[in-house]
Write a protein of this length. Structure first.
Length: 197
């Protein structure tokens, strides 16, 4: 997560675009969560054994963060495939490229959902003074899944009015609805802990 991605994003070219930016936003949220988990793991003393499973949580956070970084690159490739397919005019290639142009942002949304679940776990066990960092991370994950949803949905009108488009529409709507509910819950739990100070 260096400045190279931000510099590339700011260029007057189509890629990287919104999907990659959404994945990057989620990865930023996971980086903050990883920071909190590592701080808590370092603070854990032998007397707290078995204690909170910070080490296991860190491993899972890193897996989701790595998946998001892969998805950042996959989104760029999905856009490139869609551009090539539109140029070639092959309906089968176009259909496959459109499927991936919707599927990749959907996978970003799903990884953001994994991140929210991990955040809920970390937020329940971390020190009060670290909760504000997790609220920032929560906002980043919210921006990520909403942004990925916008990118995926923008590709639906390019599809024919067929069952494929309906299936994608339903999958996106269902995933967004579940994510919004989970995000509200995690944010409320974190805010509640912060209010206790």
């Amino acid at each position: 997560m260096d400045s190279a991605f931000l510099q590339a994003l700011a260029q007057a070219r189509p890629d990287p675009g919104g999907g990659a930016a959404a994945a990057h936003s989620a990865a930023l949220g996971l980086a903050l969560l990883a920071k909190v988990v590592q701080l808590e793991h370092r603070r854990q003393t032998p007397e707290q054994t078995p204690g909170f499973p910070w080490h296991d949580l860190l491993g899972r956070v890193r897996l989701v963060a790595a998946a998001l970084m892969r998805l950042q690159a996959e989104d760029v490739e999905a856009y490139a495939q869609l551009t090539r397919a539109r140029t070639q005019g092959d309906p089968r290639k176009m259909a496959a490229a459109l499927d991936e142009a919707v599927a990749c942002p959907l996978r970003i949304m799903q990884q953001a959902q994994e991140g929210l679940a991990l955040m809920a776990q970390g937020g329940a066990g971390c020190a009060h003074h670290l909760v504000a960092d997790l609220l920032v991370a929560c906002e980043l994950l919210g921006a990520a899944f909403r942004g990925a949803h916008h990118i995926a949905r923008a590709n639906l009108p390019l599809m024919d009015q067929d069952s494929r488009r309906v299936v994608w529409d339903e999958a996106l709507s269902h995933t967004l609805e579940a994510l919004e509910a989970e995000w509200q819950l995690v944010r409320a739990e974190l805010s509640g802990r912060l209010a206790c100070l």
